[in-house]
Design a binder for this molecule. Structure first.
Ligand code: NDP
Length: 432
């Protein structure tokens, strides 16, 4: 029975806290620590109320409730954070703040001798760019300290890598191609809002697209060879933002436009999937979202560098975030479903195999259960499951690891139990 320190009190952290409270046999004591303490207190109050009511998925929680406490912390202050960890003595620190805090929290975990989990890879605040190199540089230090760091344990990254490990373990000798499809068929009624932290979301979708290939000569090029960059075991093929569009008919959602994006799990899966030749990531966007984004970009509102305004320095994207709806507030308004999954093609026993595994999640069902929309839910539930895997001694390799490096089976079983059931299709429509 474990003690866990959760850093962050936004949309995803709220779901992770709720799902931990629903599993009091594992999570006995939870400290919610974040920059703004009133938000931690609000998460605690909401979870405590649901535990006391004990409805549906909360029945077990009300029989023996976890103890929840809160604290104020700026996670960038490594000495103070280390002191807080030393004082509370958790078995695991879950970083569900922002990607900017990853390295500071990993430093504090090393200093305090505690294992670590997060949901997004490190991103420097002054550069709209993310990659694993910064966190992979901590591998040896975590190994030597006998600690585990689980990186990117949300849905994508996270479950998409567990799906990949599961496909590789059970259905393929070699996987040749992987397409990750992230569809949000939900509607919140606003002309423009983001479903998770607006700053991180806009930086991600405004960036160049890219996909991973093992051999650049193998692939039908949609961009010129000059845009291909060598990377470790393969190549990045870079495109202008949103340059590659496909239409896909998603189970329980319907037909949607989806666009190729760069995404962090491509980097680790390119290293870890046997025989892989190409990995792509597609996300659906509606026309209103894209038109607003283009307009905001054109007028400079998505800039991440400080500009002078009336004698003050203002970062436009931070100002924009202050104007947009808080993703944690979208829960009651968002209707519809998400469908996120992976389509694999490869070989098993000399035969060609196609395999699609995906989860469908209903925004309003999530809202009823934990008060959030499905994007926070599909991220917070896997974060809790990853923590559960670690605390139950199933995912404990020392060092710094991404989710495909662990045994997928117990995690897949938990997805079905904890609100994210998955479905399989051995004859999927492939993406062109
Ligand atoms: P929010 O913006 O809603 O919440 C972020 C929280 O972190 C806030 O409570 C914020 O505090 C806190 N925080 C920010 N800076 C600090 C700091 N210096 N010290 C302590 N706390 C801090 O974000 P989301 O909940 O939407 O996203 C959380 C994480 O999940 C992000 O890293 C995001 O990229 C990731 N994510 C991953 C997905 C996946 O599938 N893998 C999908 C969606 C999100 P304050 O309240 O003061 O602002």
């Amino acid at each position: 029975m474990a003690k866990v320190m959760l850093i962050g009190a936004g949309g995803v952290a709220g779901v992770a806290a709720a799902k931990m409270a629903q599993n009091p046999d594992v999570f006995k004591d939870i400290l919610i620590a974040s920059r703004t303490k009133v938000r931690c207190d609000a998460v605690k109050a909401d979870v405590d109320r649901r535990v006391a009511e004990g409805n549906g998925a909360w029945a077990k929680a009300s029989e023996s409730p976890a103890r929840i406490t809160t604290a104020q912390i700026d996670a960038m202050d490594v000495p103070r954070l280390t002191a807080l960890i030393n004082d509370y003595k958790p078995d695991l620190v879950m970083n569900i703040a922002l990607p900017y805090q990853d390295l500071a929290i990993m430093d504090a975990c090393l200093a305090a001798g505690v294992s670590y989990l997060d949901t997004a890879n490190y991103e420097p605040p002054d550069e709209a760019h993310f990659e694993y190199s910064w966190q992979w540089a901590y591998r040896e230090r975590f190994e030597k300290a006998g600690l585990t760091a689980i990186l990117g344990c949300g849905f994508d990254p996270g479950v998409t890598q567990v799906f990949s490990a599961y496909a590789q373990k059970h259905y393929f000798d070699t996987i040749e191609t992987l397409d990750i499809l992230d569809c949000n068929g939900g509607d919140h009624g606003y002309p423009f809002a983001t479903n998770f932290n607006p700053e991180i979301n806009i930086r991600e979708v405004a960036a160049k697209g890219s996909y991973w290939v093992a051999d650049p000569a193998d692939d039908r090029p949609e961009v010129s060879v000059e845009n291909r960059k060598a990377f470790d075991k393969g190549w990045w093929v870079e495109t202008a933002p949103m340059a590659i569009k496909r239409v896909y008919n998603f189970d329980q959602v319907g037909e949607k436009d989806m666009y190729l994006l760069h995404h962090e799990e491509l980097e680790s899966l390119g290293c870890n999937l046997k025989g892989i030749k190409r990995i792509r990531f597609f996300m659906t966007f509606g026309q209103s979202y894209l038109t607003h984004l283009k307009c905001l970009e054109n007028v400079g509102m998505t800039r991440i560098d400080p500009v002078d305004f009336n004698g003050q320095k203002i970062v436009p994207i931070e100002f924009l975030k202050a104007l947009l709806p808080d993703p944690a507030s979208l829960g009651p308004r968002t209707k519809g479903k998400t469908n996120i999954g992976c389509i694999f093609h490869g070989m098993k026993d000399g035969k060609s195999v196609d395999y699609y595994v995906y989860n469908v999640c209903d925004h309003q069902e999530c809202y009823k259960e934990v008060g959030s929309q499905a994007i926070s839910y599909t991220t917070g539930v896997p974060a809790m499951i990853g923590a559960k895997m670690f605390l139950e001694g199933r995912w404990t390799q020392k060092g710094v690891h991404t989710c495909e490096e662990f045994d997928p089976d117990p995690f897949m079983a938990e997805l079905n139990r904890q609100g994210l059931p998955w479905q399989e299709n051995f004859d999927p429509v492939k993406v062109g």
